[in-house]
Design a protein. Sequence first.
Lengths: 488, 195
Amino acid sequence: MPKRVVSLWFPRLASDRFLRARPIDAPFVLTQRQSNTERLYCLNPLATQQGLQRGMGYSDARAFCSDLQSHPADPVGDQRFLHVLARWAKRYCPWVGLEGANGLVLDITGAAHLFGGEANLLHDIHLRLARAGLLVKSGVADTRGAAWAFAHYGNGDATQAHPLDAIGRLPVAALRLEEKTCVGLQRLGVRFVSDLRALPRATITRRFGSAVLLRLDQAVGTQAESISPLPNPPRYQVRLSLPDPIGLEADVMAGTARLLDQLCGKLKGREMGARVLLLTLRRVDKANQEIELRLACAMRDPLRILPLFERGVGQIDAGFGIDQLHLAATLVEPLPVQQMSHAHGRVDGRLEDLITRIGNRIGLENVQRFLPADSHIPERSYIIAPAAYSDPAGSWVNFRERPIQLFPPEPIMGTGPSPPAFLRWRRMTFRVERATGPERIAPEWWLSDENWRSGVRDYWKVETKQGRRLWLFYTPQNPGWFVQGQFA
Amino acid sequence: MRLVDYAMPSDFPDHFPPRANRVHEACGPNAFGFAFALAGHLRGSVLWVREAWQADQINPAGVSPYIDPHSLLIAKGNDQTEVLATAEESLRSGVVALTVIELTKPIGLTAGRRLQLAAEAGQSTGLCIVPEGTGSNAVETRWHCTPVFDPTDSTLQRWELIKNKSGTLTAWDVRWNAEARRIIVVSEARERPVP
């Protein structure tokens, strides 16, 4: 069976992708910063009608076209979108590869008849992509090179009786040559592929190197060219179907243990660890029961993960029985194999397991730890971070004694810059015996903080006869006394 | 002069740290200070369980003389039921050296006993911080802690044992030695605060 290849070219992939999400009925361009100037990266048809073209300066383009809309380009996002399209194209054939930054190549050998022939297949591709708002040009031929040539330079009548004749009528640029080579060939009067084929091969190689003949041979099929399909993304999902429904908690746990063994084997093979696991239990009446387990650290040890499922499984209503278990790692993180050594101490992960267990009850973000921050402002000298997503890092530096408890500032009566002799706070009266201070802390002007609008603060540690040791501050720019903390 | 303080005969070492693998209670204005002193004494990680709505915060900079703030984890529950469930889970696992439970409402005998059983099962110590006047009958000991003014020292505090299941009730004047990270008992005869 002769090989058949479809080449798809998306001439406006980037702008089509953007306009799919946010349609704009005006000249629109995506701009990209190249060597210190904004240049047009991709245009929509209205912008092309205005005489703009790819690669021109953005400021020139705005001068030509006053109602031009623009947005910065995102080539990485475009590349991701192309991968999505490649995955979509697998509906036509299993052998799909990328062609440059804005094309796909499909090996449809033996697959076209499933769609009623090549013409119907191409029609289907065009129809679906047009509905998705993408401009596509396609070519189909026996070789990858010829398909590319028809997609880029053919004008729709690619399917002809003699493909070699058809390709002969295309310009030499259709052979995927460098622009410099194309210009050189045209200067010699070699405009079409048929002209090139008429020339003696030795002279072409002597003048332009072997690339030209290689491309020509690939296009006509005398030189093979492979299509490398994209790898399938790994799927961390396992399933267990049961001949008879089960309902006992121990049975479900035993099934889960089997699934976990398989899943953790998969994870281990790719050096990944699961962060979120989803166990779906299908009941005989087709009602799904789901247990989501959010782990405090990436894990792939079945013996450690299994006990964490106990609470969720215990809450499941089995109904008339469960006949299928499905376990998926919905969020995975790289978890490379680590060297174990005595220098790092005993890392047994029991604390992470505890955080997981607590986190599944009260929310993983509600288990928090303190991290030091670089600020003199007392309430900003630390960060509260979720313990599951942060590591204890940084050192705690204390220049002065600090209270163990901090409140939102509570106003008290008092006048003048020195602490009052008597103070009333939270309906208690205190006699001040000793006051240590002041320690002046200025607000961080580069951050706008509502609480520090009153200006600088003079902090005092006040020891009262009644025992309590309070942390007061006075705001000289906006006179007033406040209590903000309590010492041990 | 103060070096002799801890050499004085005192029954304090029999009572502090309070009995391991049990749940204890602390109340009074300086209950936080007691909790951190106990945590510093036990030398391990601490899980502090409290309700999310509470506006006052633990200041890690103030905690650093007692324990390394990195070893302190805070768990915030929506209500007291979640707090108790979290505390029970933590006590039962026995991973942290001390679980501090901040309670805002009195707990019943059942809840108190469950905590006690969890602490025994997990071989770890728990400390409930309760509002003054409330407390569970199931706890092992209850401590009332007040800071005391002293003209020469600013860490002096009074710890009163106001409930003890296995012993007498006593009171001590203690202070915290930040360099040694330990509690030092002030001798009764010489270091009473001047009235």
